[in-house]
Design a binder for this molecule. Structure first.
Ligand SMILES: Nc1ncnc2c1ncn2[C@@H]1O[C@H](COP(=O)(O)OP(=O)(O)OP(=O)(O)O)[C@@H](O)[C@H]1O
Length: 236
């Protein structure tokens, strides 16, 4: 479904991703792990067309989308949940959702069924929401574009542990019950591995490990070597 083939990309003359490859099948989820600054966000930005690709190809369905602008990628089914959430502060929850709606199975009612908290807050303005509600709204907005693949950039950042668990369950449900594929960039490896089928670990803009999430989660020594984190430090 998505094929990232030997992609070299960056900003201006700076190369961040170096011949990076991975692929995702329909309805599958991928965790993108790595230490700070290895290029995880740049991978998502490249998927959305926001970086300079100097070689390689990005294929989506039957199309080579390497040079497509972001709005065409959204139309083709890429759903972007940015790290900054980018909720419109002066629009209500309902307006935030409605402005990005595209035809398809996801509509206001379905997003509210999925995140009942958003239904309760439908008349509140974007700047009146808690961090967790803003994150639900950011995901709800991506769902309103009726994507086939969700790109989530550190969705748990800054959330209280109880919300982290709730959101992790929601994201897993999107994949398992709704058939959505996803790419999850996450600082907390254990959480990210619980939420996904496959995982890649990046170092200096390239893939140094690829495999099933459950296998990596079970190999504490490998996790520690690749990511240099004590598992006991990880919340959730
Ligand atoms: N807009 C930009 N212009 C120039 N360089 C950038 C830009 N965004 C990121 N970079 C550089 O690209 C490299 C990779 O950054 P990126 O944000 O992709 O890493 P990351 O793995 O997501 O890190 P973190 O976990 O800290 O968010 C860094 O050296 C960063 O300074």
């Amino acid at each position: 479904m998505l094929d990232f083939d030997q992609v070299t990309a960056g900003y201006g003359n700076a190369v961040v991703l170096d011949r990076l490859s991975f692929s995702i099948a329909q309805g599958r989820s991928l965790a993108v792990l790595g230490r700070n600054g290895v290029g995880k966000t740049t991978l998502l930005e490249t998927l959305m067309g926001n970086t300079r690709v100097t070689s390689g190809a990005i294929r989506w369905g039957g199309d080579d989308i390497t040079r497509w602008p972001a709005h065409l990628r959204v139309r083709a089914g890429l759903g972007w949940v940015p790290q900054e959430r980018e909720v419109f502060p002066s629009l209500t929850v309902e307006e935030n959702l409605a402005v990005v709606a595209r035809p398809g199975p996801w509509n206001l009612g379905r997003v509210y069924d999925f995140f009942p908290r958003l239904r309760e807050r439908r008349a509140n303005y974007g700047n009146q929401l808690s961090g967790g509600e803003q994150q639900m709204l950011a995901i709800g907005r991506a769902l309103m574009t009726n994507p086939a693949l969700l790109l989530l950039d550190e969705p748990m950042e800054g959330l209280a542990p109880i919300l982290v668990e709730e959101l992790a369950r929601s994201i897993r449900r999107l994949c398992e019950s709704e058939g959505l594929a996803s790419v999850v960039v996450e600082q907390h490896p254990v959480l990210a591995l619980e939420m996904t089928h496959q995982a890649i670990v990046l170092e200096r803009g390239t893939v140094v490990h690829a495999g099933p999430s459950a296998e990596l989660a079970a190999d504490v020594a490998l996790l520690d070597r690749l990511l240099g984190v004590g598992i006991e430090e990880i919340p959730g």
